[in-house]
Ligand binder design. Structure first.
Ligand code: NDP
Length: 512
C-alpha cells in the first residue's frame, strides 16, 4: 500500500491514509508555469507586507494563530488522515504551530529593530551607522512528510514574520495539512503573501527557480540536489537534512528516566523525526538494567490509529517505502547476528512497523550506519564514556544527541565533545521546542540554522548598511579629489594614528 498514487502525467495527486489505505483527498500537480505565476502574484503583495512592519504583521498573524487554535481538532483530523499518525502524536502539531506564531510574530519587532553599531574608531563618530534588516522578497520552502504542520511552524512562520512572502511546497505524500494551513491564512483575511505549490520534485525545483531564498527540509540526497540548483542560480539557502542521533547512557544515570526518555525519543511519531534517537550507547555497568527497562517500555507502546479519543501512543509509517527501509535495517541486523528484544516486523496492517529494540548490534550494521527514520532502537554496550563519545561521533551525520547522567556538569562536558548541532541532557527532542536556541545540523545533516532568537528571522533578511552624517557636512572631505594634497596627507596621518599602536601611530619605527 502506498500513501500516494504512482507518479504519472496526471493533473492531481490522490492522497491516501497509509494506516488503512482510505482516500484522504486530492491536490493539483502544479507545473513550472503555474509555480512561476504564483511566485509573481506573491511578489506583488510582498511590498505591502514588508511596509506594514512587524507590528502590522503581528496583528494578522495573531488572528491566524486564533484560527489555528479554534480549528485544532479539524487540523489534527486532516493530519491523521494523510500521515497515519495516532491522535496523540498528531495533536501536538497545531499547538506547536500556535506557539511558533506567538514567538516569532510576538518578537519580530524587537528582533528586526534597526541596529546602530558603534563606529570602530573615533574618525567615524561623525557618522550615524545603521543596520537594516530587509526581507528577501520571496522565500521558497520545501518540506517533507513527517510533520506536515509542525515543520511549517519551524520555517514558514518565521519567514512570514520577517516580512517575506512564502511559496510553500509540501511533500507530495502529505499536502493536505498545508492546504488547511493556507486556508486559515486566507480565511482571516491576511494579505495574499502565503502561496502553496503542490506536486512532485519538479514542482519543488520550480519553487527554487522562482524564489530569492530557499529553505529545504528532507533527505541528504535531495538536499544535495537543492544545494546544486541554488549554487547554479547563486541563491542563498538553508538545509535541514537527515540524522542518526546517538543517545549516551552513562553509568551514573537515572536508568528509569533514561529508559523512559529514550523510548519516547526513539518512538515518537514512529521514529520519523530527524532528531529521534536512532542508536544507544550504554556504559557496561548499567547495560543489562537499561536494556531490560527499555525493552519493557517499548513493548508497552500502544500502536494504531483511533477514530476518537487518545487510545494509541504512536501510529503508522508515512509511506510503504519508509516501512521497507525499517524492515531492511532490522533484517540485515538479524542476519549479521543482532537480537530482536521486542518488535522486529511490520504488523501486516497498513504501514505499521512494530516498535523494535535490537541488541548485540555492531557499527557496520545498516541500523547503526544509515538513517533508519523508523521505530527502532539499536543498543550497544560500551566500556566507558570515551568509547561512547568516539562511537557517537563516528557518523556522517551530526544533527543532535542526548546524554543521560546523574552529574549535569559531566553531561555538559560530554556534550562539548560531541560533533553535532544540539545536545539534550537527560531529555530528548527538547531543543526543537525552544526557538530561542539555534537548530542546525553539522556534517551531512545540513547547512545553516533554524531559529536561535533574532537570527531565526534575520536569516530570511538581507542586511542593509546605511551611513549618514551626524554633524553638518562641508563642501568636500579631506581625501576627495576636490581637497588639496596637503589635506589628503593630513587625513592619512590621522587614519594611521587610529590604525596603529604605540609610536608607529605617529610614523615612527620603534628602535630607530
Ligand atoms: P525527500 O528529501 O526526497 O523530499 C523532501 C521534499 O523535497 C519533498 O517535498 C519533495 O517533493 C521535494 N523534492 C524532491 N526532489 C526535489 C528536487 N529535485 N528539487 C526540489 N525539491 C524536491 O524526502 P523523502 O520524502 O523521499 O524521504 C526520504 C528520506 O528523507 C527518508 O527516508 C528520511 O531518511 C529523510 N527525511 C528526513 C526528514 C527530516 O526531517 N530531516 C524528513 C523526511 C524525510 P516530493 O515529496 O513531491 O518528491
Amino acid at each position: 500500500m502506498t500513501a500516494v498514487e504512482p507518479k504519472a502525467d496526471q493533473a492531481t495527486i490522490t492522497v491516501r491514509n497509509p494506516a488503512d489505505g482510505r482516500v484522504a483527498g486530492t491536490v493539483p500537480v502544479d507545473g513550472p508555469d503555474t509555480v512561476a505565476a504564483k511566485a509573481r502574484e506573491l511578489r506583488l503583495y510582498q511590498t505591502e507586507w514588508e511596509e506594514i512592519g512587524p507590528r502590522g504583521r503581528k496583528a494578522w498573524m495573531f488572528k491566524w494563530q486564533d484560527w489555528i487554535l479554534d480549528n485544532a481538532d479539524h487540523l489534527t483530523e486532516v493530519l491523521m488522515s494523510e500521515t497515519g499518525k495516532s491522535r496523540k502524536d498528531a495533536s501536538l502539531e497545531p499547538v506547536a504551530l500556535a506557539d511558533s506564531i506567538k514567538y516569532w510574530a510576538g518578537n519580530a519587532e524587537a528582533f528586526l529593530a534597526d541596529a546602530h553599531p558603534k563606529p570602530h574608531t573615533l574618525i567615524y563618530r561623525v557618522k550615524k551607522l545603521t543596520t537594516v534588516y530587509r526581507p528577501y522578497q520571496l522565500v521558497g520552502i520545501i518540506e517533507p512528510w513527517n510533520f506536515p504542520l509542525a515543520m511549517l511552524a519551524l520555517d514558514v512562520v518565521p519567514a512570514l514574520a520577517a516580512g517575506a512572502a512564502v511559496l510553500l511546497k509540501p511533500s507530495e505524500v502529505t499536502p493536505l495539512s498545508a492546504v488547511e494551513f493556507a486556508r486559515g491564512w486566507t480565511e482571516v483575511g491576511a494579505p495574499p503573501v502565503l502561496g502553496l505549490a503542490t506536486g512532485y520534485g519538479e514542482t519543488g525545483a520550480a519553487v527554487i527557480d522562482n524564489a530569492d531564498y530557499v529553505h529545504f527540509t528532507g533527505s541528504t540526497a535531495t538536499g544535495r540536489k537543492v544545494a546544486v540548483a541554488c549554487a547554479q542560480q547563486l541563491k542563498p539557502l538553508s538545509l535541514e537534512l537527515g540524522g542518526k542521533d546517538p543517545a549516551i547512557v552513562l553509568a551514573d544515570a537515572d536508568v528509569d528516566r533514561a529508559a523512559n526518555g529514550i523510548a519516547w525519543g526513539g518512538m515518537f511519531n514512529s521514529g520519523q523525526v530527524c532528531i529521534s534517537v536512532e542508536r544507544v550507547y550504554v556504559e557496561a555497568p548499567v547495560y543489562d538494567e537499561f536494556v531490560r527497562k527499555l525493552t519493557a517500555n517499548v513493548r508497552n507502546i500502544a500502536q494504531g490509529q483511533e477514530d476518537s479519543g487518545f487510545k494509541y501512543d504512536t501510529g503508522a509509517m508515512a509511506t510503504a517505502a519508509q516501512c521497507d527501509i525499517v524492515d531492511r535495517h532490522v533484517q540485515e541486523a538479524v542476519a549479521a547476528g543482532a537480537r530482536v528484544l521486542t518488535g522486529g516486523k511490520p504488523t501486516g496492517v497498513g504501514t505499521f512497523f512494530q516498535p523494535t529494540v535490537l541488541a548485540d548490534v555492531t557499527p557496520a550494521m545498516s541500523c547503526i550506519a544509515e538513517e533508519t527514520f523508523g521505530p527502532t532502537l539499536p543498543v550497544v554496550k560500551v566500556a566507558d564514556e570515551d568509547e561512547a563519545i568516539r562511537l557517537a561521533n563516528d557518523s556522517k551525520y551530526g544533527l543532535s544527541a542526548t546524554v543521560w547522567t546523574g552529574d549535569i556538569d559531566r553531561g555538559e562536558r560530554v556534550a562539548r565533545r560531541l560533533d553535532c548541532g544540539a545536545v539534550n541532557i537527560n531529555d530528548a527532542l527538547t531543543n526543537v521546542f525552544c526557538p530561542s536556541l539555534p537548530m542546525g545540523g553539522w556534517k551531512d545533516s545540513g547547512i545553516g540554522y533554524r531559529a536561535g532568537g533574532p537570527s531565526g528571522l534575520i536569516k530570511f533578511c538581507r542586511q542593509q548598511a546605511i551611513t549618514a552624517p551626524r554633524i553638518p557636512t562641508q563642501k568636500s572631505e579631506l581625501v576627495w579629489y576636490s581637497s588639496s594634497r596637503r589635506q589628503a596627507r593630513m587625513a592619512i596621518r590621522a587614519m594611521r594614528a587610529f590604525a596603529g599602536k604605540g609610536v608607529r601611530r605617529f610614523g615612527v619605527r620603534p628602535g630607530k
